[in-house]
Design a protein around this ligand. Structure first.
Ligand SMILES: NC(=O)C1=CN([C@@H]2O[C@H](COP(=O)(O)OP(=O)(O)OC[C@H]3O[C@@H](n4cnc5c(N)ncnc54)[C@H](OP(=O)(O)O)[C@@H]3O)[C@@H](O)[C@H]2O)C=CC1
Ligand SMILES: O=C(CO)COP(=O)(O)O
Length: 346
């Protein structure tokens, strides 16, 4: 039995802690509020975030140093906006051989950094190639019920990804490795924007055709941005691309879908976030992607439209009208162009 620390006691941290406990590990679940850690230890539940029974082999901690002491692996799973703060503390307790895996899905507005890049900036002595990302279609609610789920893990150092695969793989959670950390992180982060759009579309009362269009053309935007950064375009057809788009755009478990649904029904952002009470990562990531599209000249009309609805109070119906009446174009062109450019002389 290994000691594993999970930093972040929200829905996903709790579900991953349960997976690790089921795999026979002793898990320390770190919460940044003492009363939250105490409550979980007393009730063996995490009522606000994921109301399932927490196994006895999971203990909640408030003190991060105690939580990570002698841990064989540390899982970082706080919202993107808390990553820097958590890593500033974590760097004091790790060595370069510590196994670190993050399961956070977002891109930072302003810097346009991915989560692994933010972590590396805050923990400069920890080798970037050893940071692993875990991402894929995996609602915490279903993982905690031990329903069959698949995810991908990736790191520049593939041995580290394989270690993470061994740690998490179970009869209920099938874990694949990938050598494209950039693509895996970008896919997991940007699908939240499209899930907001799918929720908005459903909130407006549009049907399955509109949602299928958003998923498919949203995927084109994700792949366009990701390949322009150097990702493998095929990653976006995988678990952290199409897989996560499907689950997040079509499931009532998705907070991004639910937030979009409330926006589509006429609520403003403040009302929506108050109602949600949990992280809605797409809201920050759409700011980052909107900024990236403008600065780099990458065509992302759905992303731009969702940004306008959320931050410029644009009527969602007007945004849909504009999307439908854009200049006519060919369906598949941009990614094949990138591929030709990249591989033409190989
Ligand atoms: N939920 C899911 O099904 C999945 C989520 N993810 C990703 O996992 C990440 C975490 O999401 P999730 O667990 O769902 O989020 P939740 O909203 O369920 O929980 C967030 C947790 O983070 C804590 N937190 C907030 N700020 C800080 C901070 N500064 N330091 C430490 N802890 C903090 C919150 O504490 P407090 O109560 O004090 O606010 C809360 O415990 C996100 O990037 C999400 O996209 C990925 C796959 C699945
Ligand atoms: O990433 C997720 C499932 O794979 C969770 O999505 P939400 O944050 O929208 O709930």
């Amino acid at each position: 039995m290994s000691k594993i620390a999970v930093l972040g006691a929200g829905s996903w941290g709790t579900a991953l802690a349960i997976v690790l406990a089921d795999n026979g590990h002793e898990v320390r679940l770190w919460a940044h509020r003492k009363e939250h850690a105490d409550e979980m230890n007393q009730t063996h539940r995490n009522e606000k975030y994921l109301d399932v029974e927490i196994p006895d082999t999971i203990t909640a901690f408030y003190n991060m140093e105690e939580a990570v002491k002698d841990a064989e692996a540390i899982i970082v799973v706080v919202p993107t906006k808390a990553i820097r703060e958590v890593c500033q503390q974590l760097k004091n307790y790790i060595s370069s051989s510590t196994q670190i895996i993050h399961a956070t899905k977002g891109i930072e507005p302003g810097t346009l950094k991915r989560v692994s890049e933010m972590m590396s900036e805050e923990m400069p002595d920890f080798p970037y190639e050893n940071i692993v990302v875990l991402s894929g279609p995996s609602h915490a609610e279903e993982v905690a019920l031990r329903h069959p789920t698949t995810v991908a893990v990736s790191a520049v150092n593939l041995d580290r990804a394989r270690q993470a695969q061994d740690l998490f793989n179970s009869e209920n959670l099938r874990v694949y490795t990938s050598d494209d950390i950039l693509g895996i992180e970008v896919g997991g982060a940007l699908k939240n924007i499209i899930a907001l759009g799918a929720g908005i579309s459903d909130g407006l009362g549009y049907g399955d055709n509109a949602k299928a269009a958003l998923i498919t053309r949203g995927l084109a935007e994700i792949a366009r941005l990701g390949t322009s950064l150097g990702a493998n375009p095929l990653s976006f057809l995988g678990l952290s691309g199409v897989g996560d788009l499907i689950v997040t755009c079509t499931s009532v478990h998705s907070r991004n879908w639910r937030a979009g649904n409330l926006l589509g029904k006429g609520n403003n952002l403040d009302q929506v976030l108050e109602e949600m009470g949990m992280v809605v990562e797409g809201v920050r990531t759409v700011q980052a992607a909107h900024q990236f599209a403008n600065e780099q000249g990458v065509e992302m009309p759905i992303t731009q439209g969702i940004y306008q609805i959320i931050f410029e109070d644009k009527d969602p119906k007007d945004v849909v009208d504009e999307l439908m009446n854009r200049n006519k174009r060919q369906e598949i062109d941009d990614i094949s162009g990138v591929l030709k450019e990249r591989y033409s002389d190989k």
